[in-house]
Design a protein around this ligand. Sequence first.
Ligand code: AMP
Ligand code: MG
Length: 516
Amino acid sequence: MKLNLNDTFNKALPADSVTENYVRQVPNACFSRVTPKIPGKPSLVHYSPQMLKAVGLTETDANSEEFLKVFSGAEIYPATEPFAMCYGGHQFGHWAGQLGDGRAINLFEVNHNNQQWALQLKGAGKTPYSRGADGLAVLRSSIREYLCSEAMFHLGVPTTRALSLVLTGDAVLRDMFYNGNAEYEKGAIVCRVAPSFVRFGNFQILTVRQDLENLKKLADYTIGNFYPHLGEPNKESYIEFFREITERTLDLMIHWERVGFVHGVMNTDNMSILGLTIDYGPYGWLENYDPNWTPNTTDAGQRRYRYGNQASIGLWNLLQLGNAFYPLIEDAAPLEEILDKYQTSYLPKHIRMMSDKLGLKNAGETDFIAELENLLYQSEMDMTLFFRRLDQFDENNPNEFWTKLEESSYSATLEKFKPQWTDFLKNYAEILVAETSEKTKRTAAMNLVNPKYVLRNYMAQLAIDAADEGDYSVVDELFKLLLKPYDEQPESEKWFAKRPDWAKEKAGCSMLSCSS
Ligand code: AMP
Ligand code: MG
């Protein structure tokens, strides 16, 4: 296994001077050197052929003993120095102090085909940032991260990636619903991959500690490596840095809205400085279109991270990042101007995205779209099915679409909404006719933004249940299905269906906790 190593983070930034691995505050540093825990009896569950190639490895490598050893933490790749990052964060709206990589260990960075990749193991044991926890991950949550992060990439949503999924052979104790019923589960490790894993919280912790020297180092490192077009570090480029992170974050929020993804834990330590979806925990996918829905049981009361609130939280998180950047810029006005722009751009971007889903050329139909969102909610319409089936809407026979609505709704009283839907479909047809919309062209474009297949919560759970019994065929089936989420794939039509009744209230399918 030959990797083109190119470490940058642990070369450019200051390391913790303490080298023992015990839980502590780590001032004046950006990371601590740690080594992964030696797994009991590691075995490979799955790898991503796409990611393998991207980091410069081959199928032969993936099947080698060395691959299993390196990506299960059993062995350290020669000439590398694994480490855990120091970061802080606001959790559920409150400053939580130092958090850090409590169960992620960065192995090394590589450069392949001029693309930089950082590789890290999630669930490879304790670090100085593990606080009271064990640093481990279980098979259930590892499958969820592994499948979803690759699926998101193929949906066209910015995201961290996954290279491999291994079992450690060790048992991990978890109280899945924090109700005193702890059980042993299979330990697992995902090797996650991204150009960088730097989060908003990496900057926040330095500013809170008034470590301005390292704040500047981290900003200069991030700009130099990941925003090089911004040029030399100075006040102007720091402002542009903030502007670009803000734009990327807003775009990410719009993507999540488009595909019906709910992150579930949008704490500032889970916000990527590159605008990537990061830290797949108790995330979920909208089935019945309910903007108030959150999959995260920990957030069930407040619903801070509900689907319909994600864009607002994105802005709130950026405000915290702005505070963290303030000492570099010492002028609040440009930061406020950038945040204001986020606010004013949100609605037009949201309407443009919804217009694309509807195949509308013009994005002026704000009221029409608001009415649709309300109807989708009231009539408990499956979001993915509804939008995908719109490719069968015939503007010359709008009422024919009613049967598609019936097939896509979870409501027992859909009939009640028939008059409103009839109006809506009539309006929709009139708009399409007025736009001289050509059906073939329109639907081809719509099917590039309305996925046919997403990783519904119950689908991931089916893969988990089988994998728990040692059967990885569903993991593999879903992995392959989600490589082409916009393709028809008629042989997989069974996954283009409403959530089955058994999944409505089942743990893992509609409710998830942070316990992973
Ligand atoms: P999360 O909300 O899952 O992103 O986690 C918040 C913080 O808790 C991060 O600093 C994680 O590294 C840490 N953490 C979560 N689970 C564990 C665990 N099992 N062991 C150690 N640290 C953890
Ligand atoms: Mg996290």
